[in-house]
Write a protein that binds this ligand. Sequence first.
Ligand code: ANZ
Length: 847
Amino acid sequence: AERYDFQAIQDKWMPIWEDLKPFQSDLEGDKRPRKYVLDMFPYPSGDLHMGHAEAYALGDVIARYWRQQGFNVMHPIGWDSFGLPAENAAIKRGLDPRQWTYDNIEQQRKSFKKYAGSFDWDRVLHTSDPEYYKWNQWLFLKMYEKGLAYRKASWVNWDPVDQTVLANEQVLPDGTSERSGAVVVKKKLTQWYFRITDYADRLLDDLRQLEGTWPAKVIAMQRNWIGRSIGADVDFAIEGRDEPVTVFTTRPDTLYGATFMVVAPDSDLAIDLAAGSPSEEVRSRFTKYLSDVQKSSETERQATDRPKTGIFLERYAINPVNGERLPIWAADYVLADYGHGAVMAVPAHDQRDLDFARAFDLPIRVVVDTLQPVTGAIPVVHGDELPEDWPEDITVIDPAKTGLALAGEGRLINSGPLDGLSKSNAIRKIIEILEAAGTGRPAKNYRLRDWLISRQRYWGTPIPIIHGADGAEYPVPEDQLPVLLPPTEGLNLTPKGTSPLGAASDWVNVPNPVDGTPALRDADTMDTFVDSSWYFLRFLSPNDETKAFDPREVDKWAPVDQYVGGVTHAILHLLYARFITKVLFDLGYVSFTEPFSALLNQGMVLMDGSAMSKSKGNLVRLSDQLEEHGVDAVRLTMAFAGPPEDDIDWADVSPAGSAKFLARAWRLVGDVTSPPSVNWREGDRALRRVTHKFLAEAPGLVESFKFNVVVARLMELVNAARKAIDSGPGGGDPAVREAVETVALGLSLFAPYTAEDMWARLGYEPSIANYGWRGADPSLLTEETVTAVVQVDGKVRDRLEVSPKIAGNELEAQARALPSVVRSIGDREIVTVVARAPRLVNFVTKP
Ligand code: ANZ
């Protein structure tokens, strides 16, 4: 047999594709319908790895598929090339981050070409190019004008290793940095923010549009991240203070059960209340407590199993509904940046308050009669009224004794005007009462915080703001963009808590753009998630020097029809891109509000059940795999491994098996002896039926991402063709050519080199990517029939077309009903029926 030499095939086609540019999108006058298929763009950290190989193989199947279906496909590639890894690598090696970044990009570009991604190489972008980041600055200024970019001093997550702030999203559940692994601490800094919280409702409500086309898990993660709570704000007057304290509560119905108030120790409010405390001892204990609190992470503080700590501030709040004096405590289970940083504590009905009350011996008052104590989440009760059979007299289980807060549904007691009401009615009533008195109102709260975009690092987009000597902020005029990053010469990039750009004195000292007086540039750079929040628009006009993106191109292509990427970006990147899209919509730049109409999250590539890493010694190098098995075998293995959402364990799959299959498919061509002009209709029907079944089913399978099933069907088709060649009608049969051409067309989605080579040897011009899919012939899709002979006493009386799978009794029944049979039997008695399904039935009669 001929030898399948994947290396020779790759070497042959790579340069030809380089010339042909088969994947240029949007050529002049192209009338085909459009599809925008986008893979999340890579970060240029080293060469491509197995994770890239999987993601881009799967995205490529989709892009190639739509092209084959007759669409004009936009499938661009670029690099998310600003960010910390480049900067850290540069510091370690004494290089300019530019050099490390662009060297890696070059390496990855070569690898992508070898890997045969069907990209349009004429629309590449790098976010670290001034031509790109200029538009980040433009976007910032637009948002600044609208009040959506602002600066504030606040406690931020501080990564003590990378010496930079982190967004909440970058702090892992265990309180460590997603980037460096260091325990994240709190630090007070003045930072730039994007006002994403203004968009919280829309970010939440618009998720409904994505149901069915985004993974349900991602939608749930987004929802949870935004975390909307509905309740009320209640104002408490404070003794000895002019300003009241407002608390946010989801249970205003329990207001009569409030027995103390708790404020977050690290809030301005607590600091103010403590400063006004009558006792010097309290003031100094508070200061000590505050410094302890700042050492712990938000996650630690919220852990329910943690011993409660706190300080009584010797100050009092007044309950607006009954005038009760509530002692005010500072305790770290209350967070400074949620709600108002203060809670009305209702220990009978809130577990954290109960734990605290029991620890510090504070009063506990039950105000909702509940059937039983319920720990954990408050159950959602639909409808307003309690069930008819709700008992009149129930024994309240005393939370002070059990230690379990009563969070269930019940009737209000000990609550003045609320007595007897159900929880939901009581909530409505108390809000009315508070609103009438001007001491409360309905309120919503979100877990979502504003997006902190300042970074005290070099390798990012400079923030286009100038700080005047008068302390005011002056936006850099648009015609002076981009604010270029200064060269690294003379700068020390080592993290130190303030931006290294501050030391670039020629750069940082500028005249005030309004009056020319000495002023300073803002030295922070932007979070790189800003760069990736709108890059899908830039791909549509990547070389436009006059605007961020061309609205005509955006109208043609956007939103992205199919986005493909890792579930690691399920929250951050997607949320930010959705937010910026809505901002651009509000600014009138785009006409849609969701950037990605459909999303596919591929799984991870594992080895022996765990993530690959150098330190674990289980790293599989993509370059080794490509050397050993070839590009196509690796790509095919990625598609064949299972549903794309599932992880692939490289120890469980067989790239060698994939290579063997490809060789088997490729060798078919050598046995096709008919010319391209042959008439398939004259071919073997049985083989044609297998081919057409594949043609009919493959599109639906690809569109539902069942790539592995498509590959399995291709294997069946290859087997059928091989059988037809070796032990059927032979390689000259037109059906064999038809089957092998179909194999090549199907394989072109997964194994482009092999498919292209087969196509050429079948007698066609490159590229196979420019040939469309073939429609299935419906007449070959219906079930095949066989002819059954119908006899009476051994004489042929008729014939029946029946299914080859027909049962004997069914065949007999059909035959018995035939007029010819009825006539020839006449009134004789049938003594025996011989039914040999599906070929023969014989009625034997008694004369
Ligand atoms: C009184 C109360 C009674 C509450 C009760 C709950 C149950 P979610 O659902 O997460 O929004 N809270 C408010 N601000 C807080 C802060 N800064 N730090 C910690 N806890 C805070 O939770 C809202 C509830 O969390 C609020 O409702 C408040 O406690 C508490 F039977 O008020 B509740």
